[in-house]
Design a protein around this ligand. Structure first.
Ligand code: ADP
Ligand code: MG
Length: 254
C-alpha cells in the first residue's frame, strides 16, 4: 500500500547551549497512522515534538508538515495541528464548556462544546471545573482540546502516564477513534504494551538519535530472528490480567 507522508523530518538537530539534545534525526510520519516516539527520559522526544509543533526553535534541519515548510509557514502549520496545552492554561474558575469556548475563541473556530465533550465521554462533566476531574478525565479533556481546530495531526506527549489500567485502556480506545476519523496521531509513551497495541510504527530514540524505526511487529520479529530468547512465560496470565479481571473494565472515576 502506498503511504502518503504527512510529516517529514530531515537532519533535525537541537542544541541547548553546549548540549546536543537531538543529533540529526530523520523520519517520516504517514497520513492516518499512529506513530510512536519511544525512548528513555531525556532522549529528546518532547524536544522533537515541540519543534514540529512550532513551540520550540530548532538548531538545524528541515521539517515539512503536510507540504508546509516549518521555516516559512509556521502559522499555516499551527492551523492544521492539535497540541495538548499546558494544564496551567486551564483557568481554574471556568468549567469545561467555558474552557472549550475560550480555546475555540483563541483558534477562531466555532465549536459545539457538547459534541466535543461527547467525543471524549465527558458530557456529564460539562459544568465541572478542570481541577475537579479524575486523572483519566483530565487527559480526555486535554485530548478534546487538541481537536477543537479539527486538526489533521495531533500530538500527545505521554497522555497515559500515571493513569490506572482502566483509564489507560479507555484512552487507547479514544486515540484509536481519533485515528479512525482520519487524524494522524503522534504519541510518546513509556509503556511498551501500549505502544505495541496502539502504534502502527514506532521510532526508538536514545540520546538524541533514532536507533530503530519500524512497526512493533517487525521490531519484535527482528529481535527474535537475531537469536534473542527470553525465559518462557509459564503462566497464562499476568498481574494486570488479575487486576482487570477483579476490578472490571469500566471506569471508576465518575
Ligand atoms: P524526553 O522528552 O525524551 O524525556 P526532552 O526532549 O525533554 O527528552 O529532553 C532532551 C534533553 O534535553 C534532556 O537531557 C533535557 O534535560 C534537555 N533539555 C530539555 N529542555 C531543555 C531546556 N529548555 N534547556 C536545556 N536543556 C533542556
Ligand atoms: Mg518528554
Amino acid at each position: 500500500m502506498q503511504q502518503k507522508t504527512i510529516i517529514s523530518v530531515s537532519g533535525l538537530v537541537k542544541n541547548y547551549g553546549e548540549f546536543n539534545a537531538v543529533k540529526g534525526i530523520s523520519f517520516e510520519v504517514y497520513e492516518g497512522e499512529i506513530f510512536g516516539l519511544l525512548g528513555p527520559n531525556g532522549a529528546g522526544k518532547s524536544t522533537t515534538l515541540e519543534i514540529i509543533e512550532t513551540l520550540r526553535e530548532k538548531t538545524s534541519g528541515e521539517i515539512i508538515v503536510d507540504g508546509l515548510d516549518l521555516d516559512t509557514s509556521p502559522n499555516e502549520i499551527k492551523k492544521i495541528i492539535g497540541v495538548q496545552l499546558q494544564t496551567s492554561g486551564y483557568y481554574p474558575g471556568l468549567n469545561l464548556t467555558e474552557l472549550i469556548r475560550l480555546f475555540a475563541g483563541l483558534y477562531n473556530e466555532k465549536v459545539n462544546p457538547m459534541a466535543l465533550l461527547d467525543a471524549v465521554n465527558l458530557r456529564d462533566k460539562a459544568r465541572a471545573k478542570f481541577k475537579e476531574l479524575s486523572g483519566g478525565q483530565k487527559q480526555r479533556f486535554s485530548i478534546a482540546t487538541t481537536l477543537i481546530n479539527k486538526p489533521k495531526i495531533i500530538f500527545l506527549d505521554e497522555p497515559t502516564t500515571g493513569l490506572d489500567p482502566q483509564a489507560r485502556r479507555n484512552l487507547w480506545d479514544l486515540i484509536k477513534d481519533i485515528r479512525s476519523n482520519g487524524t494522524t496521531v503522534i504519541i510518546t509513551t513509556h509503556y511498551m504494551d501500549e505502544a505495541e497495541i496502539l502504534c502502527d510504527r514506532v521510532a526508538i530514540i536514545d540520546s538524541g538519535k533514532i536507533i530503530a524505526l519500524a512497526s512493533p511487529d517487525k521490531l519484535i520479529d527482528e529481535l527474535v530472528e537475531s537469536g534473542f530468547e527470553k525465559p518462557k512465560e509459564v503462566k497464562q496470565a499476568n498481574l494486570e490480567d488479575v487486576f482487570i479481571h477483579l476490578t472490571g473494565k469500566q471506569l471508576r472515576e465518575e
